[in-house]
Design a protein around this ligand. Structure first.
Ligand SMILES: NC(=O)C1=CN([C@@H]2O[C@H](COP(=O)(O)OP(=O)(O)OC[C@H]3O[C@@H](n4cnc5c(N)ncnc54)[C@H](OP(=O)(O)O)[C@@H]3O)[C@@H](O)[C@H]2O)C=CC1
Ligand SMILES: O=C(O)[C@@H]1CCC=N1
Length: 263
């Protein structure tokens, strides 16, 4: 197998769908290993990938570990193979911890997000010299460039990247849900409010990419004495900026804690 995905949960599945739909690796060369055999069999049938077990791991070129960090502690023993490179998506788990538990320096740490499924993940990548020499870093770059934008990032920034960009879709989903709730509170039908909220976030994201700073868009929308500035004043009173900043701070700290659990 060229690649085995261990842990085909929410992120593992998003990566599988992103990679197979873009033809980076033929599905027949991708193995899937997950505790939930019913679900993973259904995914394999749908995508053309193969279900594998730990007994099939020897000889695998590369293993993408997308388990929860707490599960990795127990799984590392059977994951460790000779002549295999590893790519880990696990929040907080450092290159040093991966190296120690897997018994190899051929480890690449990545941090994608769920937008991989539509080819729009933002993925941070880092790895030691040995991963570069073995071509593992180049492999990861190709894999993640196929499902969005790949950024090489020093490892000390990984938990900040996780707290902002990997956790980010959840924060934005809360914003969308709250905006839709506001619309419903003011009388809009729920399906329309949900649709407007989702489309608003997509179109605003595209407008933001055309500007040097988010504040410019805010200023263009807010007319003097108008509706928007009244809404913005309510956001400021509620401390929305501080709350969003604090979300990133707390998520980053949680990443640091998850890393300590692996020491
Ligand atoms: N979700 C996200 O947006 C992102 C997640 N990550 C990271 O990716 C990793 C996976 O996250 P996510 O996909 O959300 O998690 P999930 O819990 O959805 O996926 C993990 C999968 O692994 C399976 N599993 C559990 N134990 C074993 C085992 N011993 N052997 C094989 N499979 C097992 C689980 O099965 P079961 O459900 O039956 O336990 C589940 O299908 C995490 O480390 C997370 O930090 C990184 C970036 C974004
Ligand atoms: O919540 C988590 O821990 C994972 C990592 C980033 C997104 N989901």
């Amino acid at each position: 197998m060229k690649l085995v995905i261990v842990g085909v949960g929410k992120l593992g599945l998003a990566l599988l769908e992103g990679v197979t739909s873009r033809g980076v690796i033929p599905p027949s060369e991708i193995g899937l290993l997950d505790l939930n055999t019913v679900r993973v069999t259904e995914i394999a049938e749908r995508t053309g990938a193969q279900v594998v077990t730990p007994a099939d791991l020897p000889g695998t070129d590369r293993i993408l570990v997308s388990l929860q960090p707490r599960v990795f502690l127990e799984a590392a023993d059977w994951l460790a193979q000779e002549n295999t490179g590893y790519i880990s998506t696990m929040a907080g788990v450092s290159v040093a911890a991966l190296t120690r538990r897997l018994g190899t320096r051929r480890v690449v740490r990545v941090m994608p997000n769920l937008a991989a499924t539509i080819g729009r993940s933002q993925t941070a990548i880092t790895g030691p010299r040995e991963a570069t020499d073995a071509g593992d870093l180049a492999f990861a770059r190709t894999l993640f460039a196929a499902v969005g934008d790949a950024y090489e990032l020093p490892e000390h920034l990984f938990n900040a990247f996780t707290g902002m960009s990997a956790s980010g879709p959840a924060y934005v989903a809360v914003v969308a849900e709250a905006l839709a709730d506001g619309g419903v509170r003011m009388g809009l039908p729920r399906p329309l409010a949900n649709e407007l909220a989702a489309k608003l976030l997509v179109s605003t994201g595209e407008l933001l990419q055309l500007r040097a700073h988010p504040g410019l868009l805010k200023d263009e929308v807010a007319s003097p004495g108008g509706t928007t500035i009244a809404g913005l004043a309510a956001l400021e009173k509620a401390g929305v900026r501080g709350a969003l900043m604090e979300a990133v701070v707390q998520a980053t700290r949680r990443g640091n804690e998850l890393g300590k659990d692996q020491e």
